[in-house]
Design a protein around this ligand. Structure first.
Ligand code: COA
Length: 430
C-alpha cells in the first residue's frame, strides 16, 4: 500500500466533506475536545439546503450555529451530555438529550440507528498508516466500525496518545486537514467549601487506592487534597489537569493497581494544553474505549476503587440528581452511574457523591426534603453509597430511610437543618 497516495486520495476540503450529507441522514461527531471544528462549522451552511438531519454530539465545546432555531426541521442535535451550548438551545427544540450510561452510549446508538457519518479528529498518520484518535475513544472507535462513511479532521497539534486509540487509514474514507489550536477547559477555582469537601474525601482514600474523578469544580479541589497520598492509581473516564498535578506531586504510581498496573487508564481527556502535552506519547497513559473503562464489571476488578463524582441535589432518601436543574436538562449521566456502581463492586471500594451544601450564594440547600416535580434522577436511592458535603460524610448504603434522613441533615448547611427536619416529619420519613 502506498500510504502517501492513499492519504492523498482521501484528502478533501471541509466544504467537500459536508456536501456528502443528504436529508434524513445521521452524523455522529466525536466528543468534547475531540470534536471536529471545521466539519461542524461547515455543517450549518449545508443543512439550510437539507431536511431531517440528525447530529449526535457529546459536550459540544463551541457554538457552531447548527442549533439556531431558524434551522428547525433542517437539523436536530441529539446530545449524550449537555454543555453550555446544548443548554442554551434546549427550549428551542433544537437539542434533545440522549439518556445513557457512558459505557453503552456508542454501542446502543449504533445498534438502534443507522449511522451515515462519523466525523472525528486525529493526530497525523504515522509511517505505518495509523492515526491516533488522540483525545478520546469514548464511542469514537465503535462509530468508526459502524458508520457508512468516516471522515477525520487531522490536526498536528493533537497529542498522539497510547492504548486503543490507533486507527488505520484503510478504515477512513475522508481526510480534512485543520491544524488549529486545541480547545481547552481550564480547571475551575476551588472554593473554601470545595477544599473542606476535599479534606473529608482525603480521609476516605487510603494509600494504594485507585481513583476516578468526575467532571466539575469539586473534583479539581479533591485532586489538590490527595497530593500527600502514596501509590494512588487512576481508572477514570476523563483525564484531567488535576491528575497531572497528582502525578507530579508523586501521589500516583499505580503500583498497587490490580488491572493495568502502573498505567493511568481513561477514555477521554479534557483540560488545558498542559494535560494534552502530558498525555502525548506517554506510555503511562492508557486510553481504552468507554465500553471498557466504564463497564462496572471492569471497574470493580480494581481493588480499593474510589469513584468521586458531583451532584446538584440530593433528597433526604438519598436520590441523587446530577444532570437536571430548574426543570431542564443540565448535563448528562456520563459515567457517574457506571463508576459509582463499579466502585462498589470493588474489594474495599467506595462510591462517593460530593456536593456543596448550598447553591446560589448560600440561599438554597442542595439537600432537599423531596426532589422537584419532574426531576431526573442520576442515581437511585438504592445505588448511592456515600454523600459528602463541606459538613461531613453521610454513609447511606445499608441504612434505613430514617437513618439516611438523620445523616443527610447532619451534613446539610446548619441554616437549613431545622427546616429539613420539619419537612421530614411532615413527610413521615423522620
Ligand atoms: N440549585 C440551584 N442551582 C444550583 C444547584 C442547586 N441545587 N446546584 C448547583 N447550582 C448552580 C451553581 O450555583 C452553578 O451556577 P453558576 O454557574 O451560576 O455559578 C451551576 O448550577 C453549576 O453548578 P456547579 O456545582 O458549579 O457545577 P459543576 O461545573 O461543578 O458541575 C455537575 C457539577 C454535577 C453539573 C457535573 O459534575 C455533572 O454534570 N455531573 C453529572 C455527570 C457526572 O458526574 N459524570 C461523571 C464524569 S463524566
Amino acid at each position: 500500500m502506498n500510504l502517501k497516495q492513499e492519504y492523498k486520495n482521501r484528502l478533501m476540503s471541509p466544504e467537500e466533506a459536508v456536501e456528502k450529507v443528504k436529508s434524513n441522514q445521521t452524523i455522529v461527531a466525536a466528543m468534547a475536545a475531540s470534536e471536529p471544528p471545521a466539519l461542524l462549522e461547515n455543517l450549518t451552511r449545508k443543512v439550510k439546503e437539507l431536511e431531517g438531519v440528525r447530529i449526535c454530539t457529546c459536550l459540544l465545546m463551541r457554538d457552531y450555529g447548527f442549533m439556531d432555531p431558524s434551522l428547525e426541521g433542517h437539523i436536530l442535535n441529539e446530545s449524550w451530555f449537555f454543555g453550555p451550548w446544548e443548554r442554551k438551545y434546549y427550549g428551542s427544540r433544537m437539542a434533545s438529550h440522549l439518556p445513557n450510561n457512558l459505557h453503552e452510549a456508542g454501542e446502543k446508538k449504533a445498534e438502534k440507528d443507522e449511522i451515515n457519518f462519523f466525523w472525528g479528529t486525529a493526530a497525523p498518520m504515522d509511517e505505518n498508516g495509523f492515526f491516533s484518535l488522540s483525545l478520546g475513544v469514548t464511542y469514537e472507535k465503535i462509530m468508526i466500525e459502524k458508520a457508512k462513511m468516516v471522515i477525520l479532521e487531522i490536526n498536528e497539534n493533537l497529542p498522539r496518545t497510547m492504548g486503543d486509540t490507533q486507527v488505520h487509514i484503510s478504515q477512513i474514507d475522508g481526510i480534512v486537514e485543520n491544524h488549529v489550536p486545541l480547545v481547552e477547559l481550564p480547571p475551575a477555582e476551588s472554593t473554601e467549601a470545595d477544599l473542606a469537601i476535599g479534606n473529608y474525601i482525603s480521609d476516605l482514600v487510603e494509600d494504594g487506592s485507585t481513583i476516578q474523578l468526575g467532571i466539575g469544580g469539586i473534583p479539581n479541589a479533591i485532586a489538590r487534597n490527595l497530593q500527600e497520598k502514596k501509590n494512588l492509581g487512576i481508572h477514570t473516564e476523563m483525564f484531567t489537569d488535576g491528575m497531572v498535578d497528582l502525578f507530579e506531586a508523586g501521589a500516583i504510581t499505580g503500583r498497587e493497581k490490580t488491572i493495568w498496573k502502573e498505567k493511568m487508564v481513561g477514555t477521554f481527556a479534557l483540560g488545558t494544553n498542559r494535560l494534552y502535552q502530558f498525555i502525548d506519547q506517554n506510555p503511562g497513559i492508557e486510553f481504552q474505549q468507554g465500553n471498557v473503562t466504564n463497564d462496572p464489571y471492569v471497574i470493580g476488578k480494581n481493588h480499593k476503587m474510589i469513584s468521586i463524582n458531583t451532584a446538584l441535589q440530593v433528597d433526604l432518601c438519598g436520590q441523587v440528581v446530577s444532570e437536571w436543574l430548574g426543570g431542564r436538562q443540565f448535563s448528562g449521566t456520563g459515567g457517574q452511574a457506571d463508576t459509582h456502581r463499579g466502585a462498589q463492586r470493588s474489594r474495599g471500594g467506595k462510591g462517593i457523591i460530593a456536593l456543596r451544601s448550598t447553591a446560589k450564594k448560600g440561599t438554597i440547600s442542595t439537600i432537599q426534603p423531596q426532589l422537584p416535580a419532574g426531576a431526573q434522577v442520576t442515581l437511585g436511592r438504592q445505588e448511592v453509597d456515600l454523600v459528602v458535603t463541606e459538613y461531613g460524610v453521610a454513609f447511606l448504603k445499608g441504612m434505613s430511610v430514617r437513618e439516611r434522613v438523620r445523616r443527610l441533615i447532619a451534613i446539610a448547611h446548619p441554616e437549613f437543618r431545622e427546616d429539613l427536619k420539619k419537612e421530614a416529619e411532615r413527610l413521615e420519613i423522620w
